[in-house]
Design a protein around this ligand. Structure first.
Ligand code: FES
Length: 67
């Protein structure tokens, strides 16, 4: 999975929004974008995507945990 179908955003778009707005908390990013919070099917893949991206770009949103 490479996009959140519920929020109609690709993971690339979600990461770009996080970087643009300086969002570093996963839960805040989900609240602002609506991603990973409706059906949650994209949640594990989005977390993995952001974690991989954070390893190469330290300013990127960390995955954190969703409680
Ligand atoms: S696909 Fe992301 S919340 Fe449904």
């Amino acid at each position: 999975m490479s996009r959140c179908e519920c929020a109609a955003l690709s993971f690339q778009q979600i990461a770009a929004l996080a970087e643009r707005d300086g969002i570093t908390e996963f839960e805040l990013l989900c609240r602002k974008t609506g991603c990973a919070s409706t059906c949650t099917a994209c949640l594990p893949d989005l977390q993995a995507f952001l974690a991989a991206r954070a390893r190469t770009s330290p300013t990127t949103c960390a995955t954190g945990s969703v409680s």
